[in-house]
Design a protein around this ligand. Structure first.
Ligand code: ZN
Length: 221
């Protein structure tokens, strides 16, 4: 899911807690298209106790398929986060070529994506690092025809150096290092957030997809 940063102030013209930013969905959960949806309804509710949190409910309309979807935000001390969206579409990754060389990557990465959906970001990060190792080793064995007994024994950073081309090294290393950071007791990079890890995971998967497409053209001369 993609988001655009907006401010509730534009919707409610309210002071205090509602003068804060929120993540407006920028992707339709029905058709998947990226858009800046129309806002067809908005309301906010404060509990009778008048104590935070407040809740904001927004109704969106996709500019492509015209279907409606909603988001509920919890607002506390000038900060908001989405606590519920309908319809809820769990994240799922699929790719025919990657599945052929590494079905286990698809399984583990999808488990990690479900952890991310649940906001279990430490587990998701550990899962991304594990999925990365499986994909690189399966790529070496099934695409580069390297002997499994040799590949299996390698540490992840060795597998990255041995089997990935120069232009993929740094991207894989970011996922490895940030994933490891969530595995170890003491974090070295607590200031780097999960979104950055997700970006580099997306780039790495795209690079693998590109390599596999080039190596396996659907038609040829
Ligand atoms: Zn749509």
């Amino acid at each position: 899911m993609n988001y655009i940063q907006k401010n509730f102030h534009d919707l409610f013209n309210a002071a205090n807690e509602l003068n804060c930013t929120y993540q407006k969905p920028a992707q339709c959960p029905h058709c998947g298209i990226c858009c800046d949806p129309l806002i067809l309804g908005s309301t906010f509710i404060s509990p009778f106790t008048a104590k935070p949190p407040q809740f904001v409910f927004l109704i969106f309309q996709c500019t492509a398929c015209k279907k409606l979807f909603t988001a509920t935000y919890e607002v506390t001390n000038g900060k908001s986060h989405i606590c519920c969206m309908t319809p809820f579409k769990p994240s799922a990754f699929s790719d025919e070529l990657i599945e052929k060389i590494s079905p286990r990557f698809i399984e583990v990465y999808n488990q990690a994506l479900r952890a991310k959906d649940n906001k279990d970001l430490n587990l998701a990060a550990i899962g991304y690092r594990s999925a990365l190792e499986i994909l690189i080793k399966d790529y070496a064995i099934n695409e580069l025809n390297e002997p499994p007994e040799k590949v299996i024994k390698l540490k992840l950073f060795e597998a990255i150096s041995n089997y990935l081309p120069e232009n993929m090294l740094s991207t894989a290393d970011v996922v490895r290092i940030l994933g490891n950071d969530h595995t170890h007791y003491e974090r070295k990079y607590p200031e780097l957030d999960f979104n950055l890890l997700q970006k580099y995971m997306d780039i790495f998967i795209n690079l693998v997809q590109t390599k596999l497409l080039i190596a396996n053209p659907p038609v040829s001369r």
